[in-house]
Design a protein around this ligand. Structure first.
Ligand SMILES: *Cc1c(COP(=O)(O)O)cnc(C)c1O
Length: 880
């Protein structure tokens, strides 16, 4: 019989067990092995089945709870765990110590469409969400006062299984928030706190706010499935990345606009300090800037700002992180659709819709006028922006250079902060527990906690093991993976309709002594899931090699609307189903955090072969590295930055533009097979004097000690704090209403006057041919500033080596000094030395840029004046 209504009866814990409830509700258990051990002790079978403390406490029989309430040993452990959590949540950490020197923000709001914190809260689809989860956890460890903001999707992302013939099947289990590790935010009178958005047609979108406590960091999740909403509005937060364009727009309006309202509500109800910085993880939450403009323009009174001034104030405190150079990864909405959802009859009625539309316009060559681009709006609403690896920073500057016409890509104000991963979440408990053996040196551990903020859980203890022990540890981890794979594979085959009697072969799938390669990630085409299948004969030979075989574990979900991705999965599954190779290559359905945590530690090689440079960063290889797994990857994302021959192997790329994709895949796949045959497998199977693969073990150790510290999320969050949050908070404070009005008025004047700015005359003191290294020339220029004065601009000499097309590379920039002016024609003279500090072809030019104390970068207004073509020709500004 089907129930007509469901609700959840909360367990009543016996008094002595009350602390269990706090431990269950703070997600710190998800990265704290001792707390997990405690829950496991409550009911091992139940824990193995659900891995979720909230569910566990709901399922444990009352008799067992009564028993535990009288078990002194258990109660002592419980007290210790509760004390440990209390200590973790209180006291000063890195951020508090750091803020004694520098004015750090009182709080930072961090918005993301997805958060991957634990498998028990499945609100993520892939890397973007996991990164957001790791960001919150590392912020918690460091004491950064972050508030996370996201949506609570009723079905999360989908669960994946396979049909008999290997086609991806999607399932959408219902997640009941009452059964998740969440509490509802309530008003003082006990009613649920709500945010509300006005929709066209006099409709309303309401959402409740749920709180997930992530260590010290509150994560607010908005849920539109409330009775007061009409049916269609109830479904706004139904699925992550599902639905059509309008659905996506409503989700993003709720996330951005509703998210700011939720933060205000939370701060009002709890006394939490208001954020001074708003950070948007990818463009999806970009509307948050509009809501804050709306707040600042409220009331019209003396504190009310007009749009331009409010925009300046908002930009100052906003950080935008772009995550992808793949166009499909960027949201673009139809302009008319956006227009319909804003304005007098919808949301943000005080703001002129035309102004909103201009923020998302693709004003660069090739841009599409009818589209509203969320990344473009993100860049216009944030004074500070970044990509997620050095290479991706470069790619992003080129990709968005059109928004700063006249500037070289290097000068586009987008920096980069390379992603990191949260060690206590991703390092195998077996490895973390090694630390227990080193407890003797407790002071050392405490120091480490101080400067890394990763907590006393040192993750790299394995590096201190002797070779035989380290190798034994690697084998243990591989063995764990082998049993995990068999279990999952059996379940998958049962699901695909096989009978237990047919599945005896699964007991000999994978071998704990064979070199194990992992490949797991989402399946967009640029990640090339099936590159390894390019030459099936060669792959088969690798798998079945009599002395040096490899085995491969593959996993990944294709987006439900992506049939080409599903075809790739099917191709791989069919290959892996072949009885000749099925003991050496497996595809595991339903890739997610739970599987990932088992997979990375058990692999020897983590394979990554995207189309360079489309992988913005990639983080799975970092998680593998922290467990002593070596990387075998195309030089893309983070690997391009940190690859060293000690940490693994670089797959050569054939990324010349002229090459067609097919040919490129052939070349790169061949390079991959070559590396595996000639370099990787020999090194794994070679044996030294002690019967161990000495050189492999040395690579593992170097990966742990030298690569490990770079890839930590703590390092990433510290960089965000120091390089982006702190300056943004400073800019936010500087832009009080008067300063915001001043800056807006100045920019308006600047844009009006700029057509009158010109470089009219350039001369140098010495004859140019035969210029010698080490000498300096005196440079004298005359510039026209129109209605602007020397206080509004900088005049710069830009010099350096020139390439064959006379482009200056690796430029050095020197400001020139105003010496006279204005003359009768309104021109100003500037002078300065030009150092000939490089040999070879050398060139210089002169330019005028806007200057104002409140600009973060002179490129910010997107205006520059350079010498006219005639002047360049006539004066021979470039010298060879
Ligand atoms: C780390 C992780 C990812 C991201 O992996 P990439 O290599 O960056 O694509 C995706 N899914 C899960 C479950 C992860 O843990």
């Amino acid at each position: 019989m089907k129930a007509i209504r469901r609700f959840t009866v909360r367990p009543v814990l016996p008094e002595p067990l009350h602390p269990l409830s706090d431990l269950a509700r703070n997600l710190r258990w998800s990265w704290h092995a001792e707390t997990r051990d405690l829950f496991q002790a409550v009911d091992p079978a139940c824990w193995a089945a659900c891995g979720d403390p909230v569910r566990l406490l709901g399922d444990v029989p009352a008799g067992r709870l009564a028993e535990l309430a009288g078990d002194d040993r258990f109660l002592r452990r419980l007290t210790a765990a509760a004390d440990d959590l209390r200590d973790y949540l209180s006291g000063d950490r890195w951020y508090q110590r750091r803020s004694r020197q520098d004015a750090l923000p009182a709080a930072v709001a961090y918005f993301s469409p997805e958060f991957g914190i634990t498998a028990a809260l499945p609100q993520y689809s892939g890397g973007l969400g996991i990164l957001a989860g790791d960001h919150l956890k590392a912020a918690s460890d460091l004491g950064v006062p972050l508030i996370g903001v996201g949506l609570l999707y009723r079905h999360g992302y989908f669960r994946q299984s396979l049909s008999r013939d290997g086609w991806q099947q999607e399932h959408y289990p219902v997640l009941d928030p009452h059964e998740l590790p969440l509490v509802r935010i309530e008003e003082p009178d006990g009613t649920p706190a709500q945010v509300m958005l006005a929709l066209p047609g006099a409709r309303f979108l309401r959402a409740r706010i749920w709180l997930a406590q992530v260590g010290r960091v509150p994560l607010l999740l908005l849920d539109s499935d409330v009775e007061e909403n009409d049916l269609s509005e109830r479904g706004v937060t139904d699925r992550l990345y599902g639905g059509g364009s309008e659905h996506r727009l409503l989700q993003e309006m709720l996330l951005g606009i509703g998210g700011v309202r939720a933060v205000r509500t939370y701060c009002r109800l709890t006394g939490h300090p208001e954020p001074e910085v708003f950070h948007t993880n990818e463009g999806h939450a970009g509307f948050l800037g509009l809501e804050r403009i709306n707040e600042l323009s409220a009331g019209g009174g003396p504190s009310g700002l007009d749009f331009d001034a409010a925009l300046e104030a908002v930009r100052a405190g906003t950080v935008f992180t772009t995550h992808t150079p793949v166009p499909a990864g960027i949201d673009r909405f139809d302009r008319d659709l956006v227009a319909r959802h804003f304005g007098p009859a919808a949301e943000l009625p005080r703001i002129d819709v035309g102004r909103i539309l201009r923020l998302g316009r693709e004003t660069y060559p090739g841009g599409e006028a009818h589209l509203f681009n969320m990344a473009v709006m993100g860049l216009r609403l944030a004074q500070r922006a970044n990509g997620v690896s050095l290479l991706h920073g470069e790619v992003s500057r080129e990709m968005f250079a059109g928004l700063w016409p006249g500037f070289d890509a290097e000068e586009v104000p987008i920096t980069s902060v390379t992603n990191g991963v949260h060690a206590p979440t991703w390092v195998a408990p077996e490895v973390l527990r090694l630390e227990a053996g080193r407890q003797a040196d407790a002071a050392d551990a405490a120091d480490a906690a101080d400067d890394t903020g990763e907590g006393a859980e040192r993750w790299d203890a394995a590096a201190g093991l002797a070779d035989p022990d380290l190798w034994q540890l690697r084998r243990t981890l591989r063995e764990r993976l082998v049993s995990e794979v068999r279990e999952r594979l059996r379940a998958s085959w049962r699901q695909r309709g096989a009978d237990t009697a047919e599945l005896g072969w699964i007991d000999s799938v994978l071998d704990p002594d064979v070199l194990t390669i992992g490949f797991a990630r989402r399946v967009p085409s640029y990640k090339r899931l099936t590159l390894m299948l390019r030459d099936r004969e060669r792959l088969t030979e690798l798998l079945l090699h009599p002395e040096r075989p490899v085995q491969i574990v593959v996993a990944g979900k294709a987006h439900p609307a992506d049939d080409s991705g599903k075809r790739l999965i099917q191709e791989l599954v069919r290959f892996a189903d072949d009885p000749r190779v099925r003991h050496r290559i497996v595809f595991l359905p339903d890739y997610g955090m739970a599987m990932a945590q088992k997979l990375y530690p058990g692999c020897d090689i983590w394979l990554n072969n995207p189309l360079r440079p489309l992988e913005a960063c990639g983080t799975s290889g970092m998680k593998a590295a922290l467990n002593g797994c070596l990387n075998l990857s195309v030089l893309d994302g983070w690997w391009d930055e940190w690859f060293e021959p000690d940490f693994g192997w670089a797959i050569p790329t054939a990324d010349a533009a002229a090459l067609d994709v097919d040919r490129r895949d052939d070349i790169e796949a061949a390079a991959l097979y070559d590396l595996l045959e000639q370099r990787v497998t020999p090194r794994f199977y070679e044996r030294g004097q002690q019967g161990l693969p000495d050189r492999w073990i040395e690579m593992v150790r170097r990966t742990l000690t030298r690569l490990g510290p770079k890839v930590l999320a703590g390092r990433m969050v510290r960089e965000y704090v120091e390089r982006l949050y702190a300056p943004a908070a400073g800019a936010h404070r500087a832009l009080d209403p008067d300063a915001a009005r001043e800056l807006a008025a100045w920019k308006a004047r600047l844009h009006r006057a700029w057509p009158g700015v010109s470089v009219d005359h350039v001369e140098t003191s010495a004859a140019l041919p035969g210029a010698e290294l080490g000498t300096a020339l005196a440079l004298r220029v005359r510039v026209g500033l129109g209605d602007l004065g020397p206080d509004d601009v900088v005049v710069q000499a830009v010099s350096g080596r020139v390439d064959s097309e006379d482009r200056i590379t690796g430029a050095s920039v020197v400001p020139l000094k105003p010496v006279a002016g204005p003359d009768t024609e309104g021109r100003w003279s500037y002078e300065g030395p030009l150092a000939l500090d490089r040999t070879g072809p050398f060139g210089y030019t002169v330019r005028v840029l806007p200057a104002h104390r409140l600009l973060a970068s002179p490129a910010e207004p997107g205006l520059v004046a350079v010498p006219s073509e005639e002047l360049v020709e006539g004066a021979g500004v470039l010298m060879r």
